[in-house]
Design a protein around this ligand. Structure first.
Ligand code: GUN
Length: 290
């Protein structure tokens, strides 16, 4: 039985953060202002609180100023729009991230469209989405960009490779497919209505799983030697009573015996997302001061 290379997302993410930190040091030496990231969290969702704390900690480590805005769960859409407008105008803020999901009384799309595209470090504004599709310079969503970076590190050129993206979300699936297309891969987007998903998967040289279903992708769905990027972060009951554990969207123990390389959960794609966010903040800052 073969054993895939297990990609160390923590190590690659540390490299990305080190590169961001050294560029910020150079900028500071030249008298440039520190890049600033505003993170907005509405409500007290525990998973979101963990993400936001991690983002702020990592930002501080590389020399990015982080401005935290914690708003109560009952915040109105108008209040949040008001905050976004102030952050759009704040010269110390180069990147704005409104943590999703938002409470039901707030139209998330309306908020995302209110963020100035030049400060849209999530890459969710229709301006940046459009630029990604048409090939212009854009701020690109962090998780798919992290996946692309890992794919290029593993495979070099992606030209002509068959890729399948499982999931069609605006945050991961759709931008991932566009990034792979931009690299001249042959891209399939699969979703809940796709017929014979295992067979579609088996044709792919690159599998990106982003469906949020624990261990859905089985070992015999994977083409021998394929690259498997697992975006899923799912908490399931552990063998020990009362305990839980994190698993991805891929049945790792099976897939690792078939794939050529695979990202683990945790320690694969997760750390890449925040590292790329920091890179996006630096990029937004450089463009705003250009
Ligand atoms: N919630 C889950 N992932 C993300 C992300 O990448 N950006 C934001 N803003 N919220 C999220």
């Amino acid at each position: 039985m073969s054993q895939a290379k297990i990609i160390d997302g923590n190590a690659v993410a540390a490299d990305v953060r080190a590169a961001v930190a050294s560029q910020i040091t150079i900028l500071r030496a030249g008298g440039a202002p520190l890049p600033g990231l505003a993170v907005v969290l509405v409500g007290a969702d525990p998973a979101s609180q963990v993400y936001v704390r991690n983002k702020n900690k990592r930002a501080a480590e590389v020399g990015i100023n982080s401005f935290e805005h914690y708003l109560p769960a009952e915040t109105s859409e108008a209040e949040l729009l008001g905050l976004v407008e102030r952050l759009n105008l704040d010269p110390q803020v180069h990147g704005i991230l409104v943590q999703l999901p938002l409470p039901a009384q707030i139209d998330a799309q309306k908020i995302l469209e209110a963020i100035h595209p030049a400060k849209d470090v999530d890459g969710f504004h229709p301006f940046n989405v459009g630029r990604l599709v048409t090939g212009g310079p854009a701020l690109v969503p962090c998780t798919p960009l992290g996946c692309l970076l890992l794919a290029k590190r593993e495979l070099g050129s992606l030209s002509g490779k068959r890729a399948i993206v499982l999931g069609r979300s605006n945050i991961v699936g759709k931008p991932m497919a566009q990034l792979l297309l931009r690299e001249s891969a042959t891209v399939t987007i699969a979703h809940s209505r796709t017929h014979d998903l295992p067979e579609e998967c088996r044709r792919a040289d690159i599998v990106v799983a982003a469906v949020g279903r624990p261990e859905m992708v089985k070992g015999d769905w994977i083409k021998p030697g394929a690259l498997v990027l697992d975006v899923g972060i799912n908490r399931i009951p552990a063998a020990e009573p009362g305990k839980t554990r994190l698993v991805g969207d891929v049945a790792f123990a099976e897939a690792v015996t078939v794939a050529g390389a695979i990202t683990p959960v945790p320690g694969g794609i997760g750390p890449m997302t925040i590292a790329i966010l920091l890179r996006n903040v630096l990029e937004a800052c450089c463009r705003l001061h250009d």
